[in-house]
Write a protein that binds this ligand. Structure first.
Ligand code: ZN
Length: 180
């Protein structure tokens, strides 16, 4: 656009012509420009209904670790399970995979949509942790001697596998607490 006085090139951001100093009739500091600059600001700067909490990165990362770990853990155990005879094992694997996917998908989408799924997985891992103590309770005379310390090995293995989602669930819960 051109200055109405001298005809030199002007833009909507200039209040006056830089060449002749005439007021620029194309100058815009109207609603249009204001809304443009407002949209660049964080929604936290505004009151009322527009206030939204900033995304908590730590919480989202923790949720995703639990989710992805559950998917991988569930899938590997599903692939490693050759005899599909045990329905309980299959249910456990499905829970890990499905809830793992839900946590991963919903993490970071806001409003804590992933929370219910993550709590379910956490409870699930707690149950595994508790049942690992049942392994220790197996009487020694039921274990063939050639297996030696298999009880302790299974106990350690069981807890080593769930320690990661367990710790990251706790990180998630403590990060959620700080939000409110
Ligand atoms: Zn001019």
């Amino acid at each position: 656009m051109k200055c109405k006085a001298c005809g030199s090139e002007v833009t909507t951001s200039q209040k006056y012509c830089t060449y002749c100093g005439e007021y620029n009739e194309y100058f815009l500091f109207s609603e249009e420009r204001q809304s443009e600059s407002q949209s660049n600001l964080s929604p936290l700067h505004y009151g009322g209904n527009h206030v939204s909490k900033p995304l908590n990165r730590k919480k989202i990362t923790a949720a995703k670790v639990v989710g992805i770990y559950s998917i991988v853990f569930g899938t590997l155990s599903f692939l490693g399970n050759e005899q599909l005879a045990n329905p309980l094992t299959i249910i456990m694997q499905i829970i890990m995979i499905v809830f793992g996917i839900m946590v991963t998908v919903f993490a970071g989408k806001g409003e804590g949509k992933e929370k219910g799924f993550l709590i379910t997985l956490f409870v699930f891992y707690c149950i595994i942790a508790l049942s690992s103590f049942a392994i220790l309770a197996i009487p020694d005379n039921l274990i063939p001697a050639e297996y030696g310390n298999i009880k302790f090995f299974l106990f350690i293995l069981c807890n080593a596998l769930i320690i990661t989602p367990f710790i990251f669930s706790i990180i998630y819960f403590s990060a959620s607490k700080k939000e409110y």
